[in-house]
Design a protein around this ligand. Structure first.
Ligand code: ADP
Ligand code: TYD
Length: 207
């Protein structure tokens, strides 16, 4: 059976992932390749409900234990992976994901101090063992990313700039540990220059 490719887009808030994933989606479809696009947390009705719990808790200033937070992200991931992504990949469809397991390692692990081994093992179960064929990491300093339009000011105020520095460096550590899977792109450049680099990576993967 043909297996579809899984490509994940990762990076800190404001790094430009969502802008680039939409362009990449149109690029792939323009080549006549079957492709679906999802975001995490979300992508299923249950996942979107979990997303609203997480975002409304953050907006209401409710403190949440790092493990609770991780397990909610992992629950949304489990639902999406088992019910949507796995069947799509098995049918040969290419899947693009705005965030996946690496976001938990970077945000809850490196950012909030949740045990990294626990995250790794739980993610293994939540993803059903699916691993991305390619992960594009949009690397940028938090000062630049979080001053872009998109209400990121609130997030700096709530979590602090140091939190996002730890998350960025967590992503870079992951990229170094798996250089075959990760492609790190400089996300401080203009949208079209970055998009050209993203298209190149994807075209190389899809052949
Ligand atoms: P993310 O999904 O990583 O949080 P977005 O794609 O939503 O990031 O982009 C955050 C904001 O920055 C949006 O207002 C978007 O228009 C803008 N933006 C995205 N990419 C760039 C770029 N390369 N240069 C400047 N602004 C950008
Ligand atoms: P979202 O509005 O989608 O942010 P962005 O456009 O930057 O992706 O909100 C998702 C937030 O959830 C974002 O701050 C990253 C965070 N997150 C985690 O902390 N852990 C995770 O496992 C995932 C998937 C997201």
């Amino acid at each position: 059976m043909t297996k579809g490719k899984l490509v994940t887009f990762e990076g800190i808030d404001g790094s430009g992932k969502s802008t680039q994933i939409l362009k990449a989606y149109n690029h792939i479809r323009g080549r006549g390749v079957e492709c679906r696009l999802f975001r995490e947390p979300g992508g299923t009705a249950l996942g979107e409900s979990i997303r609203s719990i997480l975002l409304s808790a953050a907006e209401d200033g409710l403190s949440m234990d790092g493990y609770t937070e991780f397990l909610l992200f992992a629950a949304a991931r489990s639902e999406l992976s088992h019910t949507i992504i796995k069947p799509l990949l098995e049918s040969g469809c290419t899947v693009l994901l705005d965030r996946f397991a690496d976001s938990s390692t970077a945000y809850q692990g490196y950012g909030r101090g949740v045990d990294l081994d626990f995250i790794l093992r739980t993610n293994g179960i939540a993803t059903g063992g699916i691993s991305p064929d390619l992960t594009i990491l949009f690397d940028i300093d938090p000062e630049t990313a979080l001053t872009r339009p998109g209400n990121f000011d609130d997030r700096i105020e709530k979590q602090g700039l140091d939190f996002f520095r730890r998350v960025r460096s967590g992503f870079l550590t992951l990229a170094k540990s798996e250089p075959g899977r990760f492609k790190v792109v400089d996300a401080s450049r203009n949208i079209e220059t970055i998009a050209r680099e993203v298209y190149r990576c994807i075209d190389e993967l899809l052949g």
